[in-house]
Design a protein around this ligand. Structure first.
Ligand code: SAH
Length: 356
């Protein structure tokens, strides 16, 4: 069992089950999430039999750096982390004027099957535990020696397909005796699993919801996102409206620009119509245009710069907030899942080489 996935209550229960006072659980929490120990040996003030019990029954689920790429400007670093079972995930560290941000993975692989994305190429292997998500942040903070102020769950995987662990992760990450990252500085990105968006709204956490829309209508959306066969854009927008009402947080729509698929001026107009529908009901939103990162195994192409600019301009005419994602780290395989894919290709056994 992974101690980094345990919250204060669970740690108090461990202490009590050993006949120790509750405050021992609190001390354990301070070691694990306050000081981010990587081994129980570092937990100096706990009684020996308590530590023995921990060593026998728990692990501190670290992640180890397998590979690291730093961008030329040194404002982005991409990490390939190995988990204790040998699986690998990616995380990205970005330095902004307002602070340092880490993009974490929530699953090993992904089962959503978006046709432009590298993370989903070999399907879902497994969910990450809360501790494994935290470890990505802890390790990067330790490596860089700089405080992390923002976390975005936008790496590999679909976070709302790993809902309980995601929530445990957010609670631990924002705990006042842990890293104490502000909930307002957390963004969760989803391909639009409507029931889970509604569940998340019901938690009343002031975190930002980013929805990967990537299309102005269901017909186009179904061409690249299988999840569009389950939920319509209308249902997604209704859920976003309710999310805003429950949390007061502006919704971000992500829109990866794919040449000849979703980048015409009339697509922008249709998208504007949806945003205006939200605005009419007092819901604020923001569109983030992402020039597609072309993935070797995928056929999708990046939109031309002039088409991206025209698209942005068309949205602005309707007074919609729109930005084009600054391409940090485009010199370092920053597209989701690309670093891991390369690693897996490199370590995979080539069947021709296996001679029996
Ligand atoms: N499962 C979550 C997180 C995915 S990654 C989600 O769907 O939102 C974060 C964003 O990058 C998503 O909007 C995703 O659709 C997008 N993305 C994935 N591959 C991409 C690529 N090759 N180029 C541009 N954006 C991509």
């Amino acid at each position: 069992m992974d101690i980094r996935s345990c919250d204060e209550r669970e740690m108090a229960e461990i202490a009590e089950s050993l006949g120790e006072k509750k405050f021992r659980g609190k001390q354990l929490f301070d070691w694990v999430h306050g000081k981010q120990i990587s081994s129980f040996d570092e937990a100096g003030n706990l009684p020996a039999h308590f530590l023995d019990h921990l060593r026998e029954n728990y692990v501190v689920s670290g992640v180890t750096v397998q590979d690291k790429q730093i961008s030329r400007k040194k404002d982005t670093a991409k990490y390939l982390f190995e988990l204790t079972d040998g699986n690998v995930v990616e995380s990205v560290w970005m330095r902004y004027r307002y602070g340092n941000s880490v993009c974490v993975s929530s699953q090993v692989g992904c089962r959503m099957g978006c046709t432009f994305c590298a993370s989903t190429l070999s399907g879902l292997t497994r969910n990450l535990t809360a501790g494994e998500m935290l470890s990505q942040v802890y390790e990067i903070q330790r490596e860089t020696g700089e405080r992390v102020s923002h976390v975005i769950v936008m790496g590999m995987g679909e976070p709302l397909d790993n809902y309980d662990n995601l929530l445990a992760f957010i609670r631990l990450l924002t705990h006042e005796r842990g890293l104490h990252i502000s909930q307002r500085n957390i963004t969760v990105s989803t391909c639009g699993i409507v029931e889970r968006i509604r569940d998340l709204a019901g938690e009343h956490l002031p975190i930002t919801l980013a929805v990967s829309l990537h299309a102005p209508n269901d017909e186009i959306r179904r061409r690249t996102m299988p999840v569009a066969n389950r939920y319509s854009i209308e249902e997604i927008f209704e859920a976003c409206r309710d999310y805003f009402r429950e949390t007061g947080r502006r919704i971000t729509f992500e829109y990866s620009m794919i040449r000849g698929v979703n980048d015409r001026e009339r697509d922008a107009k249709e998208l504007a119509g949806h945003c205006l529908w939200l605005a009419k009901q007092g819901v604020q939103c923001h569109v983030n245009l992402i020039p597609l990162n072309e993935v070797r195994e995928r056929e999708c192409l990046r939109s031309r710069d002039e088409d991206i600019d025209r698209f942005k301009f068309a949205l602005e005419k309707y007074r919609i907030h729109v930005t084009i994602r600054r391409e940090m780290g485009s010199d370092i395989d920053a597209a989701c899942g690309q670093l891991r894919k390369k690693f897996m290709d490199r370590t995979a056994i080539n069947p021709e080489e296996v001679k029996l």
